[in-house]
Design a protein around this ligand. Structure first.
Ligand code: ATP
Length: 235
């Protein structure tokens, strides 16, 4: 059996008295398009932050492509591209400089051809030399996606990549992310939009108060619960 793209076993995290993750177990297979859904505060970002090595769990094991996120961090991080929720950039860097900086983080000094390719795919070529502060929110979101791809990771986690993005741009991002998946990348997407998960994801886990309360194929979940009931659960 091939190794899981992401393996989460017994993940627990408290922030003081607040229990953000209450024992999460999840296996995401290579090549899956997986949706992580849940209302505000369900623990989605905490889980992603722990996978990226930015938050340390109180307990549990996280692996990316078989590499332990704590004991084998460098290899685990190389396998993972993360598109964070927050639009945080140095406003004085150009788009290209931001991507070169991210490449350098992974020790990639000659990455310009790949950076140009990513910029083109994301329709950002014309903005390559613009300072980050000059970009619209939707463009900044696409730069975040570009940053996640500079080291060609097989597994890509996107934390609400279409939040605050207009409908047209959202469709463009969906098409791009879907292409990444058909090209063989494993995709994990968190979203509040049920229609987004429905359109894209093979399987969905619903997280609530730090626990997985439902896990199934998208079609089975939609069959089991009405769209209205799922929307209520996400509220
Ligand atoms: P959203 O959909 O709003 O982004 P989420 O599912 O990503 O929510 P998290 O951001 O993981 O949820 O938050 C889970 C819980 O942990 C929330 O109650 C949140 O307030 C709390 N929390 C998250 N980060 C911290 C922190 N650094 N310090 C204290 N509490 C935190």
């Amino acid at each position: 059996m091939s190794v899981s793209a992401i393996s989460i076993r017994g993940a627990r995290k408290h922030y003081g008295p607040l229990q953000a993750l209450a024992g999460v177990d999840l296996e995401i297979r290579q090549g899956e398009f997986f949706g992580l859904l849940g209302p505000n505060g369900a623990g989605k970002t905490t889980l992603i932050s722990a996978l990226a090595g930015l938050t340390r769990l109180d307990d549990g094991v996280l692996e990316v492509m078989g590499h332990d996120v704590v004991s084998d961090y460098r290899n685990a991080r190389r396998q993972l591209g993360v598109v964070p929720q927050e639009l945080v950039f140095d406003p004085f860097f150009t788009v290209r400089e931001a991507l070169r900086l991210q490449s350098g983080y992974f020790g990639l000094t000659r990455n310009d051809a790949w950076i140009d390719e990513i910029l083109e795919h994301l329709d950002l070529t014309a903005k390559a030399d613009a300072n980050m502060r000059m970009l619209s929110g939707g463009m900044k979101r696409r730069v975040l996606v570009a940053q996640a791809l500079v080291h060609r990771p097989p597994v890509i986690v996107l934390d609400e990549p279409t939040a605050g993005v207009d409908v047209e741009l959202r469709q463009g991002l969906w098409a791009f992310i879907r292409k990444l998946n058909t090209d063989g990348h494993t995709i994990v997407l968190t979203t509040h939009y049920l229609e987004e998960a429905e359109a894209l994801c093979h399987r969905i886990a619903m997280l609530k108060a730090g626990r997985i309360v439902a896990l199934d194929t998208t079609s089975n979940l939609l069959h089991r619960f009405s769209t209205h009931a799922l929307r209520v659960r996400l509220a």
